[in-house]
Design a binder for this molecule. Structure first.
Ligand code: ZN
Length: 318
């Protein structure tokens, strides 16, 4: 059984679907690789933004609820998501974000790398982290961003926790992460791939309140396994260790198990296979509403239930 390679995807709540698509696809240049619905709540969209093909470690996903109230950040959540950018892209991104009305927070250094903090339209904390470490993505050929400046997938996720110890026990003892170092109350751990999405930072905030989830909150973070066999091994190993792990859920593009770690963050373990090309070709990825076979018979009802939005890839062609 291989160690966990890194982050597979991160899933959050948003409010207005159009604003969500415009921000991630059009402004950040993260291709909308899948337009589907929440399989557990078919009246809600599930949007996926990633590199050209949805490489694990680049995939940010959203459940947009129009008019949703905002969440309040707190312990037991992924409180910030960092994307890698290359050193020669920092000025480009500062300019692009500012020009588009995005406020950039205070630049600072973290483990020797520059961090450029900002927020998405629902207030979710994002970071650009200037790094020349490996970050193998499939650049999106239709991107509004010049290829050299494209976001290079996830650098890290920062989890706010009451006590780092119990979450660290999972990362080190179950996932085979390695401890990188400590800066103040921030503890950094590294997954095995040495490529995208390898870092998890635990920010220890003892006694601070739990978050309350809403638009702009991360719902869960998913970690990578290669296939069903390896996922089953993780499922039984985690259950033996006393974690309450769900049965396998079929998410069409990957298969998933979930459990809540002791600080309250919802963890998922997802398979790399079969991936986002499973039900549509790379050229038109994400441009039509995809439904899993068991919901296809309800397509008309679902299409009438979900809010309308303009897909920027389609608008560009017409
Ligand atoms: Zn997920």
């Amino acid at each position: 059984m291989q160690p966990i390679q890194g982050i597979h995807h991160i899933t959050a709540f948003a409010s207005d679907p159009q604003r969500n698509v415009d921000f991630y696809h059009t402004l950040l240049g993260q291709r909308m690789v899948k337009t589907t619905i929440n399989f557990d709540d078919p009246g809600t969209y599930h949007f996926y933004f990633a590199d050209e093909i949805g490489t694990p470690g680049t995939v940010m996903t959203f459940f947009p609820w129009p008019h949703a109230r905002r969440g309040t950040p707190g312990n037991g959540e992924v409180a910030a998501t960092g994307y890698t950018i290359r050193p020669n892209s920092a000025d480009y991104w500062r300019h692009r974000l500012t020009e588009n009305g995005v406020t950039i927070g205070t630049r600072h250094m973290r483990f020797g790398q520059e961090v450029i903090p900002f927020r998405d339209p629902d207030g979710m904390a994002l970071e650009l982290i200037v790094s020349d470490e490996p970050a193998t993505i499939q650049p999106w050929r239709g991107s509004p961003i010049p290829a050299e400046h494209e976001l290079r997938g996830f650098h890290s996720a920062t989890l706010w926790v009451d006590s780092a110890e119990h979450t660290a026990a999972i990362l080190l003892g179950q996932f085979n992460y390695t401890f990188v170092g400590q800066e103040g109350n921030r503890y950094r751990y590294k997954g095995a791939s040495n490529d995208i999405g390898v870092y998890i930072d635990l920010l220890e905030r003892p006694g601070q309140p739990r978050g309350s989830q809403g638009a702009g909150s991360v719902h869960h973070i998913a970690f990578r396994t290669v296939d069903d066999t390896e996922q089953a091994e993780y499922q039984s190993q985690l259950r033996l260790a006393g974690y309450h792990v769900t049965d396998v859920k079929d998410r069409q593009y990957f298969h998933s198990i979930y459990f809540r770690e002791p600080n309250g963050v919802l963890f998922e373990i997802a398979t790399d296979a079969p991936g986002f090309l499973y039900d549509e070709p790379v050229e038109t990825l994400g441009t039509t509403l995809r439904l899993p076979p068991w919901l296809e018979q309800h397509r008309e009802t679902i299409e009438n239930a979900v809010p309308k939005f303009n897909h920027p890839a389609l608008a560009a062609q017409s």
